[in-house]
Write a protein that binds this ligand. Structure first.
Ligand code: KG4
Ligand code: ZN
Length: 333
């Protein structure tokens, strides 16, 4: 069964075709990133305008590269939230029109659950498991009994982990999105040089990344003052990036395995843009080996926002009887 997936939750416009929930026939991603870079973050109005301009072309290209005909599509699926309202509405309206035009069912998909499903595109993962979504907008832990039986165990109380990477990169004047820049310079730095820590949370499975970001800001301001300069050396920048990254990853590891212990499962599935970070992957694999657990990451292509994860999850849920009506709307949390 061929499922068309549409994902327009933020600045990416993506469409893909997935066969039977796991075989990715195509996954086209067009990003409006270049138009946001000079503002240091995504501008919602620009993002939704670009979605509108590219969605038809991206969807056509997904169908062509999958080597199928339009009439082969048996289900249209679309991210319905959380995300930017204007961007989500472009995808949802487009998906509704394709579903009506082809006379096939429509299914709205939760963005966070689809990030978790991304690892199932590579196969080999079994239920139940603990899922960690670590992206620019969210940092959440879930107990996933099945894809229609998901319990949230914890979430961020303030900034998301990816957002903290982006803000620290801005403080260090590195560029946007910050995660890949931090990862790159952190390789040259000493992760044990500065002791940054994430704030404690009342629920031990919740996260807080706002305090550590402010700690980085104060550290940079203090260092610049000491050297009576407006900028700090690249060597210090490398150490700050490495020390921040290490503290953020250590927090994710500690809480994720605590969740596994609480739920008595030895499978941890990680998704979202920050999961593309190599240091994070290495440290999670090492921690999993020490705890006799298995950890699963999607291939990097499926860490970032993409339509294949939407179409894959939609197949699973459709087989369980889920379907949406034309009253499908965007949700923001
Ligand atoms: O999942 P995603 O593409 O979009 C959201 O749903 O938010 O995640 C984007 C986030 C950004 O904050 C970006 O800085 C972060 O993922 N990111 C990384 C890396 N690549 C992307 N963070 C750390 N290391 C990376 N290599
Ligand atoms: Zn995402």
């Amino acid at each position: 069964m061929y499922v068309l997936g549409i994902e327009t939750s933020c600045d990416e416009t993506s469409a893909g075709i997935v066969k039977d929930g796991a075989e990715v026939m195509s996954n086209i991603v067009s990003s409006s990133l270049q138009f946001h870079q000079k503002y240091g973050g995504v501008v919602p109005e620009i993002a939704s305008r670009m979605q509108l301009e590219t969605i038809t072309q991206v969807a056509d290209s997904a169908i062509t590269s999958a080597g199928i005909r339009r009439n082969d599509i048996a289900l249209v699926s679309v991210t319905c939230g959380p995300g930017l309202l204007g961007s989500l509405l472009v995808g949802i309206s487009f998906a509704k029109s394709v579903s009506l035009g082809l006379n096939v069912p429509l299914l709205g998909i939760d963005h966070l659950t689809s990030h978790i499903y991304a690892s199932f595109l590579d196969g080999g993962v079994r239920l139940p498991f603990v899922g960690l979504v670590v992206s620019g907008g969210h940092t959440s832990l879930y107990y996933v009994k099945d894809f229609d039986a998901i319990t949230c165990l914890g979430a961020t109380r303030d900034d998301a982990c990816g957002e903290a990477f982006d803000k620290v990169a801005k403080i260090l004047r590195l560029g946007y999105p910050g995660g890949p820049f931090i990862e790159k310079i952190a390789k040259k730095g000493n992760p044990y040089k500065i002791r940054f820590t994430c704030s404690k949370t009342e629920n031990p499975l919740d996260f807080s990344f706002s305090g550590i970001k402010t700690a980085v800001l104060y550290y940079v301001q203090k260092s610049a003052k000491v050297h009576s300069s407006s900028a700090i050396s690249s060597r210090l920048k490398n150490d700050i990036a490495a020390s921040f990254q290490e503290a953020a990853i250590d927090t994710l590891i500690r809480k994720s395995f605590r969740a596994c212990q609480m739920k008595k499962v030895n499978r941890l599935v990680i998704g979202g843009g920050v999961a593309a970070n190599n240091r994070l992957r290495e440290k999670f694999y090492k921690a999993a080996r020490e705890r006799h657990c298995n950890v699963y990451f999607p291939s990097k292509e499926f860490c970032m926002d993409n339509a294949a994860m939407v179409a894959g999850l939609a197949y699973r849920l459709f087989k369980k009887g889920r379907v949406s009506g034309l009253d499908l709307n965007a949700h923001l949390d």
